[in-house]
Structures are given as C-alpha cells and as structure tokens.
Design a protein around this ligand. Sequence first.
Ligand code: MG
Length: 271
Amino acid sequence: MCAICGCGGGQFLINGRVNHHSRKAGEVARFRLHQHAHEIVTETVKEARLVKVERDILAKNNNYAGVNRHYLAERGVFALNLVSSPGSGKTTLLVKTIAELNVPLAVIEGDQQTENDAMRIRAAGAPAIQINTGRGCHLDAKMVGHAMEQLDLQDDSLLLIENVGNLVCPASFDLGEAHKVVILSVTEGEDKPLKYPDMFRAADLMLLNKCDLLPYLEFDADLAISYARRINPDLQVIRISATSGIGMPAWLAWITAGCTQAAKQRVTIAQ
Ligand code: MG
C-alpha cells in the first residue's frame, strides 16, 4: 500500500494464487484459527475503507483535471503527459524535441527529488517548472494546475508534462492532458506492456525509444509492439531515438498536428 496515493492495497498473488497467510496443516492451533478469522474480517473492513479513500482521491483528482482541461482548451494549449519507467530517456527526448520543434512550449517536470531535469530543460531554452513529489509516486492534477498558473502559458502553445518515472500510479491520474504518451525503451523488457497494462491502455501513443541501440541488443521490437497492441489495439507507435534522430520527424509531425487541432478548438470556443 502506497502511503501517499492510496494505490495498491488490494488482493495480491503469489505464484498465481491468492495469498492468505501460509500455513501448513496441523501447525496452527484451533484458537489461532479463531484469531485468524478475526484478522481476515478486520483486513476486509480496512480494505473496503482503502478502496473508498482511493475512489475519493481519484474523484477529487478528476475534478481538478477537468478544470485544467478547460484552462488549456481556452488557451488552445496542446498538453501531453509523458509517462514511463525511470531511465527510459524522457528528459533527453524532451531536450531534442525542444531543439527541433518550432512551436512555443513549456515544460512541467515531475520527480520525487532534485531540480536536475528542469535545469536541463531550461538550458535547452524552454521555461520549466519542477514539481518534487517527495514520497509521492506520480503527479496529480492539482499540482499541475498550480504549475500551469506559474508558467503563464501562451495561446496555441504546447505543454509537455514529464511525469514521475513509474509505470503504475500515473496511469490512474488524469492531469487534464490531451494524451498520455508512454515511452518504452529497448533497454527494458519486451513484456512491459503485459506487466503494466493499465499504462499502455491509458496511452494513445507509444514511443519505442533508444532504437539506435537495437543492433546491440536482443530486444524484439515487433514483439514489444504486438504486446502493447494486445493491451490497446488503437495504440499508435513511433520507433524513435532521441540520440540518433530516428523517428523524430514522425514524433514532431504528431505533435504539430495536435497543436493545430488544439488551436482550432480555441477559436471555436472563443466564437
Ligand atoms: Mg527525467
């Protein structure tokens, strides 16, 4: 159970079987059985409370996300929520994107600690706000709303949100973005989409990153993509390398099309 976000806490499996306490027959005295039954009831009540807390947290987050989405739509801002494991190359990809994209943009960086990524983004020439979540394992819509106010976003611009490196919790938290973009690097396992399906289901685009390293690895890119599409048949995929530039034109074209669409919607809202 994550103490901050209320994630997890549900039933868990060991070797594919529901885990209750492991007991060998004959090892537990009768009075312990009564105590155990009492513990199970107590745990069930606790879990029901946790589920309610989690639901309340997500409902509150969704309200903030709705406010953010409205704020962004009024300004014609195209917002992307970049999610991945730690080390997938999100920040490097953002730095390259900033260098090559001819669109006004701003960045919100999420990490548990340090301002390192925001400093890299600022050095690349874009305004950036760093959110440190402390023990928190994801950004939420309230944090992002406050950061957006400080960024003073331009009309018809792009907002890139780099979430905390975590393939679990950020899947559940809508920030008001137009799309979640999941980044899977070829230095990870092909089966990440099967292990963390919620994230690949929540995303609209997958960037298969570090593709310049494929000749040196046993990573099967087609297999990884087929696993991701087994989870989410509508998932768009771009094979990319921020280092070599493979796939960058497709990624930049995808962003530009989204920005054009968001700007058109702003005009419609204004009329
Ligand atoms: Mg980063």
